[in-house]
Design a protein around this ligand. Sequence first.
Ligand SMILES: Nc1ncnc2c1ncn2[C@@H]1O[C@H](COP(=O)(O)OP(=O)(O)OP(=O)(O)O)[C@@H](O)[C@H]1O
Ligand SMILES: O=C(O)c1ccc[n+]([C@@H]2O[C@H](COP(=O)([O-])O)[C@@H](O)[C@H]2O)c1
Length: 203
Amino acid sequence: MHRLSHIPPGTTVGLLGGSFDPPHEGHRAISLAALKRFGLDQLVWLVSPGNPLKAHPPALLERRIAAAQDLMDHPRVQISGIEAQLGTRYTAETLCILRKQHPGVRFVWLMGADNLAEFHRWKDWQQILETVPVGVLARPGDRISARLSPAARLYAPYRLKGGQSRLLARATTPAWCFVNVPMVNASSTEIRARGDWSAAQPR
Ligand SMILES: Nc1ncnc2c1ncn2[C@@H]1O[C@H](COP(=O)(O)OP(=O)(O)OP(=O)(O)O)[C@@H](O)[C@H]1O
Ligand SMILES: O=C(O)c1ccc[n+]([C@@H]2O[C@H](COP(=O)([O-])O)[C@@H](O)[C@H]2O)c1
């Protein structure tokens, strides 16, 4: 069975799932902010085989992983294509397997504010919130829609304030925390639209 490497029991590990099509400075910035604000030991970029809610297929996984490794060369961050190896696309399924494989590890699901706004559309989203702490990072333009989202409203009683962010990883679930971090106005959609990544490349 495929596993994440170098994840010692007892550690706290942030999981940043994404299409990374392509990876950019926004991903890098929220990763560094998440390590610090949530006091995480490590972080894993889960490069997705394809977001189940996105109609267009992403660029080749190998190409996205290579670009991610170039961009995020950091001793506490690993880039992983494990979802493709496990055959999972849905986050709830991925988390279920990872938690079984690493019983002593405290995983935290990380996402930008835009994903919290849409979170109620994910498969078994309440199960995700009930089983792993969720850290949400501010993103330009999405802070208000995220705060007003169905998931944020329903789970409002379980939100840790920004000043308590370092408690998140070891908090009893459900627990989530929105942190206002310095924002980077970068998006893969915009980079693809410029043609710097998509043009003449295999998809
Ligand atoms: N600039 C950013 N600021 C904060 N969070 C971000 C930023 N860019 C991406 N994220 C978050 O990183 C994760 C992976 O994002 P993803 O790979 O979809 O990038 P994206 O720029 O949102 O791509 P696309 O434009 O194709 O939707 C998501 O949780 C997303 O919310
Ligand atoms: O599980 C789901 O239903 C689900 C729906 C939408 C997105 N996700 C995950 O959310 C992460 C961010 O996706 P993306 O495309 O916005 O980078 C990535 O890991 C996806 O697999 C998961």
